[in-house]
Design a protein around this ligand. Structure first.
Ligand code: FEO
Ligand code: CA
Ligand code: CA
Ligand code: CA
Length: 651
């Protein structure tokens, strides 16, 4: 483990001066030069430079009913829960909702956002398809007349910070349950920038709603058709209706979108103890006291006693082709089954595809898939099967700074029949158990993971783990009762984005920052020493990079520290490395998701999730009515577009 400030900052600084880091052989050489300079000399160099490349004035930490962005930037609410996805969608009428209407309207709790330019493969930044996940529903904020009930935390998944109101389920009607199902999934809407504002093109032929109620999806890869994926509705185990709890995601080089099924366990009721899947379901948190939805009351596929294999059809990465409105989404089983947070794709120098994914639960693991086949820029169709055949590996972070990718291949090491794995499909269905047997590093809740487009390094966001004891500390998870989270930097061999070998068996790794309040000596936080009183953050969750490789960090859980979630931005190299600056606040009770830039960085799309979700807040008595501030409307999750008079976001 290396310190973020002393080693890497001066190394990159020198690299900037010399402007020939690749020629010199990359980080190793520049760090060695830095090491030979001495501390006082390094500080003197640093003082001559403006610390951060980010030129905006910081916001203050604060908590109120509305949305704030740094000066010189404009924010526009682009699309909200209930807004039309199709031209014929009924107007949003929250007192008279229906599942049929919801299937034509934008879903609930927008999370991941991808901007896919139109035309495809262009860098066009004023017209494109916005692809948005709808992660979960909260009936108390969606339907009138429900009481707030007891406050509860989603055990394991929400950890220390994300309080939810899903703890005690209110009684829901069949129609309300079907509205919930319809509000899950994904939306694709064409968007255009015209006369200084973004608008949704409701009559675009590309617009689509994918819902948990009615959208068929194909299952592919080694576990497709396996006996453990067969149900009475799908005796072949190859087709499933819907996708659940889609959190973050990623975009492939062949311009498809990957969406990650996360906390699928909360939707299943019944006791799996007497079924053949008892151990498997227990490991993923399916238990009578873990259910957070009432869907099994009206649909027996959510009752594990009746359909014990149904949960095995969730927890996958799903691939969507937004440019083909007739295409069927595909669940790619080769990438493993767990509580996927995201999926970041990179191309290795030999053309193989790497997909990085993390399992968002305390003490779970980080994975990487490497395709057998190679990316072919001239043959999109051929790329459509790259995620069906490859090697899944799981990460072991060594204290000497090496990161070992351990392959999860049937018949190798402990992944054998003796340990209950009859084939590769069993490893992919019970990925967590296989990872444990291999001795993978148990992490502090892996949330987003992204590949930096400039330096080629991979950034892994750990949102926190209040259950880690002193005795469980390791180099990559260095704090006990980690309430604040941290960000790791994974370094494949190779000096820059082009040379980075994302298929290598061994990487190196570094701590990028340890979140929390740097003025609180007990917090063990670590940033750039010039981080301001508003520049520190907590519980990092989703990240995005702009085209200059600067990191934009969205948080989930800052409300617990008395201020709003939002976005903080930082350089990753140079004198501003790990100097986080506060850019944006969401309304109280909300979480920040989905930061996503247009290719030219002039628009930043963000997703405000569950505004007003906090103790005592309901549809009838919300703590905010953002974004409409209309007494007849509840708060609504919404996508916000941020611009800066045509200039790149953040200066
Ligand atoms: Fe949906 Fe891991 O947050
Ligand atoms: Ca998340
Ligand atoms: Ca991201
Ligand atoms: Ca989170």
């Amino acid at each position: 483990m290396n310190d973020t400030r002393e080693d890497a900052v001066p190394g990159s600084l020198i690299a900037q001066y010399l402007s020939r880091r690749t020629f010199l052989g990359g980080l190793g050489v520049t760090s060695a030069l830095a090491g030979s300079m001495g501390l006082s000399m390094r500080r003197a160099w640093a003082q001559q430079m403006p610390a951060s490349s980010l030129a905006f004035d910081e916001l203050a930490h604060g908590l109120d009913v509305t949305f704030h962005v740094a000066p010189a930037h404009t924010s526009q609410v682009l699309i909200r829960w209930g807004d039309p996805v199709y031209a014929d969608a009924p107007a949003f009428d929250p007192a008279n909702q229906s599942a049929a209407a919801q299937e034509r309207q934008f879903g609930y709790n927008n999370d991941f956002v991808a901007f896919m330019p139109l035309p495809p493969l262009s860098r066009k930044s004023n017209q494109g398809l916005l692809c948005v996940n709808h992660e979960f529903t909260n009936p108390r904020m969606m339907f009138p007349g429900l009481t707030s009930g007891l406050q509860a935390k989603i055990e394991g998944a929400a950890g220390v910070t994300a309080q939810t109101l899903l703890g005690q389920m209110p009684d829901l009607t069949r129609e309300q349950v079907e509205i919930e199902m319809a509000a899950h999934g994904h939306s694709i809407v064409e968007v255009k920038f015209h006369n200084g504002a973004w608008k949704v093109v409701t009559d675009s032929p590309f617009n689509r709603r994918f819902s948990m109620l009615s959208t068929p999806m194909r299952i592919s890869g080694p576990a497709a058709g396996h006996a453990r994926l067969k149900t009475s509705a799908d005796p072949e185990g190859i087709k499933v209706i819907g996708t659940l709890n889609n959190c973050a995601g990623g975009v492939t080089p062949w311009n498809t979108v990957l969406i990650a099924e996360e906390n699928f366990n909360f939707y299943f009721s019944g006791d799996p103890a007497s079924t053949a899947e008892a151990g498997n379901h227990k490991r993923y948190g399916i238990a009578p006291d873990k259910a957070r939805f009432q869907w099994a009351r009206y649909d027996e596929r959510f009752n594990v006693e009746k359909q014990p294999n149904e949960p095995n059809r969730f927890g996958w990465v799903v691939e969507i082709d937004p440019y083909n409105p007739k295409s069927m989404p595909v669940k790619r089983t080769a990438l493993g089954r767990f509580k996927h947070e995201a999926a970041a794709v990179a191309i290795a120098p030999d053309g193989r595809i790497a997909v990085y994914t993390g399992d968002d639960e305390r003490f779970q693991h980080v994975y990487r898939y490497v395709s057998t086949g190679k990316f072919d820029a001239g043959n999109r169709e051929a790329n459509m099967t790259l995620l069906d055949d490859g090697v899944l590996s799981v990460a072991k972070f060594e204290k000497d700074g090496r990161l070992i990718w351990m392959p999860m291949i049937w018949g190798q090491g402990p992944l054998t029949r003796e340990n209950g794995f009859a084939s590769q499909a069993d490893i992919l269905i019970e990925t967590r158990r296989a990872a444990e047997l291999l001795g993978a590093t148990r992490m502090d809740r892996p949330e987003d993971i992204e590949v930096n487009p400039v330096n080629g390094r991979v950034y892994l966001v750990l949102t926190g783990n209040d259950k880690r004891e002193e005795a469980q500390i390791d180099a990559a998870n260095p704090r006990a009762r980690n309430s604040f989270g941290h960000i790791l930097e994974l370094m494949p061999p190779g000096a820059d984005a082009q040379a980075s070998n994302h298929a290598a068996d061994e990487f190196h790794w570094n701590v990028f920052l340890l979140a929390g309040d740097p003025s609180d000596t007990g917090a063990g936080a670590r940033y750039h020493p010039e981080t301001s009183k508003d520049g520190w953050l907590t519980t990092p969750d989703n990240i995005a990079f702009d085209s200059r490789g600067r990191m934009w960090i969205a948080t989930d859980g800052a409300n617990d520290n008395g201020f709003a979630d939002g976005v903080w931005a930082t350089d990753v190299d140079g004198p501003g490395r790990a100097l986080t600056r506060h850019f944006l606040n969401v309304p109280r009770g909300g979480e920040m998701c989905g930061p996503c830039f247009t290719p030219d960085d002039t628009t930043l799309f963000v997703a405000v999730q569950h505004p007003g979700q906090e103790p005592g807040s309901t549809y009838d008595t919300p703590s905010t009515r953002w974004p409409d501030f209309d007494a007849a409307l509840p708060p609504r999750p919404a996508i916000v577009a941020i611009t800066s008079k045509g200039k790149p976001i953040g200066g």
